[in-house]
Design a protein around this ligand. Structure first.
Ligand code: ZN
Length: 305
């Protein structure tokens, strides 16, 4: 594990709300319990647990939804999430979140995002990475609700304005939508789990990079076990892929852990995974200046590791 922590890593698929520290969640839940907003004992066991079932994951998200409703908390959790990734030698992080509006406490989508950016600003890593602002758009949410066609115009517009786009794609089987999403040619997609032959064909011919979230896919039962995960085929074919966590908090993982897991599950050596981490630099949404900085990080790590 020490070695996996020491490898400089690039994280491109992590949700802010799913990556909150357990200790912070406990503290926030206890405060809400004292105020009578929730019954603390209903949630305590699920926060303290590490290998949560799907049902428990949803219960935790219910709690997270309640605790992340003020600006101060959002700034705090953003800062902590960045600190945690930095502590395990993640040299570049793209954090995603859904801006929320909450009229009762005067929160607008803009002020929500300002609170997130405040959190980023208070961490050194963010300051070092000049481009660490809003650089792209992610489409996520319950994949069984709504339609791709609803979001297509907004995403198209965003891309025309110079923002990069990544899509949660193939979390549930839906050939028509998955193919339409691939035809959109997003900068990256997350998961790519429930693909049929034609979807794989399109993915390969378009060479769209895939954010692989192994532990998440297993915990949410999107993939039945690690040995049938599509990582193996994509890796073998040299398809662009990047290992990511999705939700370090909810799924009790870290990016170093995902690297270690892939190494043992698929029999890959340290150098192969080092190369995989290095290649992820090509798929980041930040500009060339940041890419060059990251390449230097890997060059120097290659000589010392
Ligand atoms: Zn996700």
């Amino acid at each position: 594990m020490e070695w996996w922590v020491s490898v400089p890593k690039v994280e491109l698929h992590a949700h802010l709300n799913g990556s909150i520290r357990n200790s912070t969640l406990l503290e926030l839940a206890r405060e809400l319990g004292d105020k009578g907003t929730i019954v603390f004992s209903d949630f305590e066991h699920v926060i303290r647990k590490n290998d949560r079932t799907l049902r428990e994951v949803f219960k935790l998200f219910d709690l997270i939804h309640v605790v992340t409703t003020d600006h101060k908390t959002i700034t705090r959790i953003t800062k902590e999430v960045v600190e945690d990734f930095a502590a395990e030698n993640v040299v570049y992080l793209e954090l995603r979140t859904t801006p929320k509006r909450n009229d009762s406490i005067g929160m607008s989508k803009r002020s929500y995002m300002e609170a997130v950016v405040d959190g980023l600003r208070s961490v050194n890593l963010a300051l070092e990475m000049k481009d660490m602002g809003v650089i792209g758009i992610d489409l996520s949410g319950n994949p069984t609700v709504g339609e791709w066609a609803t979001f297509f115009p907004a995403l198209k517009f965003a891309r025309e304005q110079g923002l990069s786009v990544t899509l949660h794609c193939g979390e549930v089987p839906n050939s028509v939508e998955i193919q339409a999403m691939l035809d959109f040619l997003p900068g990256r997609i997350g998961h790519a789990c429930c693909f049929q032959d034609e979807e794989w064909r399109k993915l390969r011919s378009y060479k769209i990079p895939v954010e692989i979230c192994l532990t998440s896919n297993i915990r949410t039962e999107t993939i039945s076990s690690v040995d049938v995960h599509h990582f193996a085929d994509l890796y073998k074919e040299n398809h662009p892929i990047v290992l990511c966590t999705d939700d370090t908090g909810v799924f009790s993982t870290s990016l170093s852990n995902e690297y270690a897991l892939v190494s043992s599950a698929f029999g890959l050596g340290k150098m192969e995974l080092f190369e995989l981490a290095r290649k992820a630099v090509d798929f980041i949404f930040a500009g060339n200046e940041v890419k060059m900085e990251l390449m230097k990080v890997y060059e120097s790590a290659a000589t010392t590791l």
